[in-house]
Design a protein around this ligand. Sequence first.
Ligand SMILES: *[C@@H]1O[C@H](CO)[C@@H](O)[C@H](O)[C@H]1NC(C)=O
Ligand SMILES: *[C@@H]1O[C@H](CO)[C@@H](O)[C@H](O)[C@H]1NC(C)=O
Ligand SMILES: *[C@@H]1O[C@H](CO)[C@@H](O)[C@H](O)[C@H]1NC(C)=O
Ligand SMILES: *[C@@H]1O[C@H](CO)[C@@H](O)[C@H](O)[C@H]1NC(C)=O
Ligand SMILES: *[C@@H]1O[C@H](CO)[C@@H](O)[C@H](O)[C@H]1NC(C)=O
Length: 239
Amino acid sequence: MANSCTWNTCLHLLLIVSFAAAESSCYSSSSFETRKTETDALVSTGWWNPVPSFCTSCNFIGVECNKAGRVITINLGDRYYVGNDLGMLNISSFPYLQKLDLSSNRLTGSIPYQVAMHSKLKYLNLSNNYLTGKLDFTSFPHLQTLDLSSNGLTGSIPHQIGMLSKLKYLSVSNNDITGNLPSSLGNLTQLQMLDVSQNKLTGTIPLELGNLSHLDSLDLSFNLFDGSLDLQLANLTQL
Ligand SMILES: *[C@@H]1O[C@H](CO)[C@@H](O)[C@H](O)[C@H]1NC(C)=O
Ligand SMILES: *[C@@H]1O[C@H](CO)[C@@H](O)[C@H](O)[C@H]1NC(C)=O
Ligand SMILES: *[C@@H]1O[C@H](CO)[C@@H](O)[C@H](O)[C@H]1NC(C)=O
Ligand SMILES: *[C@@H]1O[C@H](CO)[C@@H](O)[C@H](O)[C@H]1NC(C)=O
Ligand SMILES: *[C@@H]1O[C@H](CO)[C@@H](O)[C@H](O)[C@H]1NC(C)=O
């Protein structure tokens, strides 16, 4: 019996050996270090529980990778109740991220615009959380879909919104946004859907909205705007 082991210790050994095999196949890859950074950044959120025993973040629920094993999608939208600070996710760890959906997760904190090194982000859905702070759009040049509706966002819509030239869908409805609608919205010529309803926006509707010829859905309701809409919007024939 010297060479033998009990059922329990054998199983244990087997687990160690198979785990070591999985680990070594990770280590053998040249991109292991960068993928480890991404995995560590996911694990440290505490949002995946239990953490998958595989070394790659590509096995995490709601995570998709490209062929090189880099994270391109994080989608926990409307499925999980994460319930903590959005700042737990170090967004700058995911330079290839294209889609981030953390909608309906009881997330608190503010949107970390400054760390958004990820010029690749195309879809950002943070709707239906408890996010606070002001809007800032300088760091998302490729964004096509931005849904920040139903949070506690404050401040005004910055003029720099006009820099998001790829935007097709923009909703900031049901927040506490104040100030005027910036005329730079007229720069967003790809825009198909604009919803700023249920805020505290004031002033007049900028004439430049008349330039948004692809718009097929516009909701400005439940704000504090002055004046009439008819004239300015006369050219929006697709509405
Ligand atoms: C954002 O997520 C919510 C679900 O939480 C969904 O209803 C909504 O359609 C999504 N927005 C976009 C633009 O996909
Ligand atoms: C976030 O990730 C970046 C890139 O991986 C790293 O340089 C930075 O130190 C991280 N920040 C924190 C607070 O962990
Ligand atoms: C509007 O678009 C033009 C051309 O793409 C750009 O030069 C300008 O900075 C934009 N304006 C704003 C306010 O973003
Ligand atoms: C945008 O709209 C304004 C006001 O209606 C107009 O003066 C301007 O020429 C338009 N710009 C473009 C690029 O169509
Ligand atoms: C509507 O379009 C016409 C012709 O393209 C243009 O002259 C006018 O300024 C536009 N009106 C608005 C409110 O954008």
